[in-house]
Each structure stands twice: as C-alpha cells, then as structure tokens.
Design a protein around this ligand. Structure first.
Ligand code: SAH
Length: 295
C-alpha cells in the first residue's frame, strides 16, 4: 500500500518570493469556524473561476480576476488546514476531493516563487545519503518525493491523486510499528494536533530511525524561542535532536543581493533520531497558521 520504487530526474525551481508571517488573525478565526461547520464544500468557497479549464474565452481582465479568485480559494483552504484537526480535514477532503486540487494548484503557484523548495533539498539528501532507506512521506501531495528516488516510499495524504499515494490522516497511517528508516514531513505539520503526527512518526520509525521536518519558520516565531520550543517538544516525544549529524538548519530565500539573511529565512529543517526513551506527552502544543502572500 503506497509502496513504490521509481526512477526519475530531479527538477529545480527558481524565483524570489515567499509567504507572509502566519498569525491567528480574524480571517483565520473565520476560516476555523468555517471548517468546524458541517462540510467544507465549494458552497463555502468562492465559486471556481473557470481558469482550471484553461481560461479560454476570458478577456485579459477576466483572467486577472479569475486568478485572484483562485488565489482566494487556495488561501481559504490553506487556513482551514492549519486551524483544524487532521481527522476533520481528512473527512472534509474525502467528501470533497476537489478541495485538494484547488489547494495544490495554489501551493504549486506559491512554490514556483521560492528560490529553494525544501522538498528538493530532502530529495537530494535521500539520493546522496540514504539510498537504501525505507521512507514514509507524510503529507506527500502528489508524491513527488516517491517519483524521484529509488527507495521504497510509503506516501500519505488526505486525497490520493495517483497510485503512489494512500489517502489517510497522517495521525493514523496504515504501517506497523518500527517499519521505516526515515519519516519526512515537508511543510505538512498542518493540523492543530501536531503532537499526534509526531507520535505517529515515532510509532512507525525503527529505533535510531530519522525524522526529517521542513517547516515555515514564521509559524514558530512571535514567541520567545519558538523553534527551540518545538525541538524541546521533539525531545519530550523521544527524539534526539542534539546528537551528531542531527541538526536544525535554516533554508534562506535570497534577498535582492542574492544573499540570504536572518530576516528572510523562510524555512527551517530539523533532523532528529528516534531514541528508545518513552515519550512524555503534554497537551496544548501547536504552531501558527502559515498565511501565504496574495499574488
Ligand atoms: N510535502 C509536499 C506537500 C506539501 S503541502 C511538498 O513538500 O511538496 C502539505 C500537504 O500536507 C498537503 O498535500 C496536505 O493535504 C497534507 N496534509 C495536511 N494535513 C494532513 C493530514 N492530517 N493527513 C494527511 N495529509 C495532510
């Protein structure tokens, strides 16, 4: 199930822009409320713009408005994913899979402006250092990772867009305990129950297996030492972030000089090992929503 071996070439992306820092503002409260109402469906979103059918027959001005409409549909779904539990997102996406398409069209548009896509960094890391590892890709999108490495990859997301992907909530994946060498979360710790996702990763990892996380830095900022706090949570859950080879790094976007700086570090990445320590679970941990920039 969701197990694949594929050969492929890797692509790179260029661009220059990124997202706006996430915050629990009025609009995220509003979309949280929307997600808590019965069903997320196109009824609760602006209607489709017609761009998905190629925008044929639309004037330049109509196409401009259509793009804005698609962007707002993406941002509403995005905020909902960040402000609800994974199980609820799973139920809603299963009952309306087109939400996934709208989301991913917008996500790809955003990613096309990033100088570095953290997924590509992870793919290179696997290709160089972990050719034999069995991998679980949690929140895989359309399983780009599985398509670009030769490893066995179990790919999970809310909706299965192709045969590589198994649809599920990543708090409960259909794998036995201690079966994978690496668990990847690339920009996918989206629900409010992050701790459940991390515990699930711990369950399926072999002892000394690696958890590799890439996340949007601004989700963990705004309170003192947000990223340190996140690594302390990882430690409590039985991961070792401090051992040799395990690290926290920042992925910088470039400023106009082509040089990264602290202000525009968009992503951070964590690599940690599963230890045999029993996890200590304390409630109440979550990160902020990531609000993507309007384009
Ligand atoms: N990892 C991919 C996709 C990132 S977008 C990449 O880097 O390109 C985040 C993905 O996480 C989305 O596809 C979303 O559907 C998925 N996701 C978020 N919460 C999830 C959950 N609870 N269970 C399964 N997938 C989830």
């Amino acid at each position: 199930m969701g197990k694949n071996k594929h050969k492929n070439k890797q692509s790179g992306k260029g661009g220059k822009h990124l997202e706006k820092a996430g915050k629990h503002n009025k609009s995220s409260m509003k979309s949280a409320a929307l997600f808590n109402t019965k069903k997320v469906s196109n009824m609760s979103l602006p209607r489709s713009s017609g761009l998905s059918s190629g925008g044929k027959g639309l004037s330049a001005l109509q196409q401009k408005f259509a793009r804005k409409l698609e962007g707002s549909r993406f941002r509403i779904i995005n905020e909902k994913l960040y402000t609800t539990q994974g199980s609820e997102a799973f139920t809603d996406f299963q009952s309306n899979p087109s939400l996934f398409d709208v989301y991913h069209e917008g996500f790809r548009e955003q990613a096309s402006h990033w100088p570095i896509n953290p997924l590509h960094t992870i793919i290179q890391w696997i290709q160089k250092k972990h050719k034999q590892a069995v991998i679980a890709d949690m929140g895989c999108g359309d399983a780009e990772l599985a398509s670009k490495v030769n490893n066995t990859v179990h790919s999970y997301d809310l909706v299965s867009k192709n045969s590589r992907v198994t649809a599920c909530d990543i708090a409960h994946v259909p794998l036995k305990d201690g079966t994978v060498d690496i668990v990847v979360f690339c920009l996918s710790l989206m629900g409010t129950n992050i701790v459940d996702f991390l515990l699930e990763a711990r369950r399926i990892l072999k002892t000394n297996g690696i958890i590799r996380i890439a996340e949007v830095r601004s989700r963990f900022e705004g309170e003192s030492d947000g990223i340190k706090k996140f690594t302390r949570v990882l430690h409590k859950l039985g991961f070792d972030v401090s051992g040799k080879g395990n690290s926290i790094t920042s992925t910088s976007t470039s400023n106009s000089n082509g040089k990264g700086n602290d202000r525009n570090m968009m992503f951070f990445e964590v690599e940690a090992l599963k230890t045999s320590r029993q996890p200590v679970v304390e409630g109440g941990y979550s990160a902020k929503a990531c609000i993507y920039k309007k384009r």
